[in-house]
Ligand binder design. Structure first.
Ligand SMILES: [Mg+2]
Length: 227
């Protein structure tokens, strides 16, 4: 098999799936469980942030000390609640996501995750739509507060685990928020923004992605970007 010459790094929420607020509800429940306080994730600017950062932001917002122990307790409770919620009400795939299987079967593509989710949370979300199997690896946000650290982490995993180096033209970061675009620009990758999350086409355009889609339902148009 030829080695792949395209690297695709996918965001999860708002890009691949929609969870109908499961993540937000799980965070609020986790905060209540761990700190015995009614929190409202919607009170903070949470899109595109990493899970541990959301724990820190909620702690700051509600005046709770953000220690590593508190943060880990929050993240653990979050994943436990997320898993229970998704078992009742699974995530749904966004338009065009059959493309994940097409890409997973192409020997010229290496497909991974680049996400603010902690690994157990991301796995739980993608398994609920049977899409976890399409990714060869992931750069997850366990113990990570800055999404921009995840791009270099992804490239390091690719080099160490797959022995392949991709140049900037061969690396694509796909996401639904200006923070995904910024994270891709941080590693000089090609950035593909898709307006299936909370941001409109116009809002995403301001972050100057290389490619911008309303959704990814036009598989041919999306695949054309890679070639
Ligand atoms: Mg997202």
């Amino acid at each position: 098999m030829n080695s792949p010459d395209k690297l695709l790094l996918w965001d999860i929420d708002g890009t691949i799936i929609e969870t109908k607020g499961a993540g937000e509800t799980a965070m609020n429940r986790a905060f209540k469980e761990v700190f015995n306080l009614d929190a409202d994730l919607y009170a903070i600017d949470y899109s595109g942030r990493t899970d541990p950062l959301l724990g820190r932001m909620l702690c700051e917002f509600y005046g709770i000390p953000d220690s590593p122990t508190n943060n880990q307790a929050f993240v653990n409770a979050y994943v436990r609640n997320l898993s229970a919620i998704l078992a009742e009400s699974p995530a749904t795939l966004l338009p065009g996501m059959p493309v994940l299987e097409i890409l997973a079967n192409r020997s010229d593509c290496l497909q991974g995750l680049l996400t603010g989710n902690v690994q157990s949370g991301g796995k739980c979300k993608l398994e609920s739509v049977d899409a976890w199997k399409f990714f060869a690896f992931g750069a997850f946000a366990d113990y990570c507060y800055d999404r921009n650290e995840l791009g270099p982490k992804a490239l390091e995993i690719v080099k160490d685990d797959f022995g392949v180096a991709f140049n900037q033209e061969q690396t694509f970061v796909i996401g639904d928020t200006p923070r995904d675009v910024e994270c891709g620009q941080h590693i000089q990758a090609q950035t593909i923004a898709v307006a299936t999350g909370k941001y409109s086409l116009g809002e995403l355009a301001e972050s100057e992605p290389d490619f911008l889609f309303e959704d990814l339902s036009d598989t041919e148009a999306f695949l054309a970007v890679l070639d």
